[in-house]
Design a binder for this molecule. Structure first.
Ligand SMILES: Nc1ncnc2c1ncn2[C@@H]1O[C@H](COP(=O)(O)OP(=O)(O)O)[C@@H](O)[C@H]1O
Ligand SMILES: N[C@@H](CC(=O)OP(=O)(O)O)C(=O)O
Length: 398
């Protein structure tokens, strides 16, 4: 007996913003199903719903409890999944929606930044075997011991999609976007940013770590380790509007600049401490005592009795962290907020690139006051108000 191939498609909030868009996505899923695919659709919350829910939480509490915040935020995806399933039924296509816990997404217990430990998609498989389209709420899971509902961190639906594609051994995991896949810069900043048709995992992971909002960076690592065939596609667009992620792409050590990405907000926290280790212990204790998630750490250093940690995170978490730090004797915000601008290169960074980048910025009146190198990227830190100009200026290197 021929077994129909499984396709996992993930739709982000931008593609699901309105009921009309949901109906359009439903008809495209129905089409895929009618062509003989077994279809699993992972959905995010509609449009900016998650941002709105976070805002509402902060209107009722200056310091929302993280368990309750997860309960609230998972509702966004639950709305999308049920509406999608209804729209599919309306088109005469059998469909069923599941939350993360119903779909068997098991996570650790870390609210708002949980990691997937295992996926046991028993019900998903049963429903696929019955011929239904399975619609899953992305971004969420359940801790198997405490039975508490968790979220995977902002943008986490991509990670749900990749994890599900891995355990179902899907033929393809398609991340459907409103943009032309991965571009050489955020097309909302650089109007002539080019779509990157083929991209290796290492470069993509680096771009996403340093602010490319196209994919949750954990999902890239997962896709690579689990060998998941990953494609990013523009909704309704053809192949020229998509990016295929590959193990290796042609070329050796070209050092070619592939993309410029940026992070809007990088903060520095200073901790009175006797060494780096004590600095980190105090920082970890502060996060725990205030129920805060770990931010994304970028660099740290110890000098003259102070540990300095450079970090980023979503705006609400950074605001809460800085508010709680104000009330603490040994911790403080160290300097003005910065933005990062990153050049990601194929085949490794060439030694002269940081200096070229600094010169270009300087030519545009932008002073970068430090940079961090990683194997595939040069990451410069600039004043917040110059971020977009810096991205545009450095895009000339592509
Ligand atoms: N290098 C990049 N390539 C493509 N998009 C990028 C890049 N950097 C940032 N972005 C932003 O990422 C967003 C993600 O795509 P979109 O479909 O709008 O979001 P979502 O899937 O989260 O609903 C785009 O709106 C775009 O502005
Ligand atoms: N809705 C969640 C999860 C997510 O992945 O969203 P999106 O795919 O729209 O970026 C968020 O906004 O963080």
């Amino acid at each position: 007996m021929r077994i129909n191939p499984i396709i996992v498609q993930k739709y982000g909030g931008a593609c699901l913003e309105t009921p009309t868009k949901i109906r359009a996505v439903a008809s495209s899923l129905a089409d895929l199903h009618s062509r003989g695919h077994r279809v699993v659709a992972i959905v995010s919350a509609m449009g900016k719903t998650t941002d709105e829910l976070v805002k509402t939480a902060y209107q009722v509490s200056s310091h929302p409890n993280r368990r309750e915040l997860d309960m609230l935020l998972t509702a966004g995806e639950r709305i999308s999944m049920s509406l999608m399933s209804m729209a599919l039924s309306d088109l005469g296509v059998p469909a069923i929606s599941f939350t993360g816990s119903q779909a068997g997404v098991m996570t650790d217990e870390s609210h708002s930044s949980a990691r997937i430990l295992d996926v046991r998609p028993v019900r998903v498989r049963e429903e696929l075997d019955r011929g239904r389209i399975v619609v899953l709420a992305g971004f969420q899971g359940v801790n198997p011991v405490t039975k508490e509902i968790t979220t995977l961190g902002r943008g986490g639906s991509d990670t749900t999609a990749v994890a599900m594609a891995a355990v179902l051994k899907a033929n393809c995991c398609e991340i459907i976007k409103e943009v032309d896949g991965v571009c050489s810069a955020d097309p909302h900043i650089v109007a002539n940013a080019k779509s990157i048709r083929q991209l290796d995992f290492a470069s993509l992971s680096e771009m996403c770590f340093w602010g490319a909002k196209v994919l949750h960076f954990r999902s890239v690592e997962l896709a690579q380790s689990q060998n998941v065939p990953l494609v990013l596609k523009k909704w309704g667009g053809g192949e020229e509007h998509s990016t295929q992620v590959m193990k290796g792409v042609a070329g050796m050590e070209s050092g070619k600049v592939l993309a410029v990405n940026s992070m809007a907000r990088v903060e520095h926290v200073e901790i009175d401490s006797s060494d780096l280790n004590q600095g980190f212990e105090k920082f970890a204790r502060h996060l725990k005592e205030n129920g805060l998630p770990w931010p994304q750490l970028l660099a740290s250093a110890f000098t003259a009795g102070k540990t300095r940690i450079m970090m980023t995170c979503d705006a609400e978490s950074l605001d809460t962290l800085l508010r709680t730090v104000e009330r603490t004797k040994d911790l403080r915000k160290q300097r003005e907020t910065l933005s990062s601008v990153s050049l990601t290169c194929f085949g490794g960074v060439s030694s002269d690139l940081p200096f070229k980048a600094i010169q270009i910025l300087q030519h545009h009146g932008i002073i970068a006051d430090k940079y961090v190198l990683s194997p595939h990227s040069v990451n410069l830190f600039v004043p917040v108000e110059t971020r977009e100009a810096a991205v545009k200026a450095l895009h000339s290197l592509i």
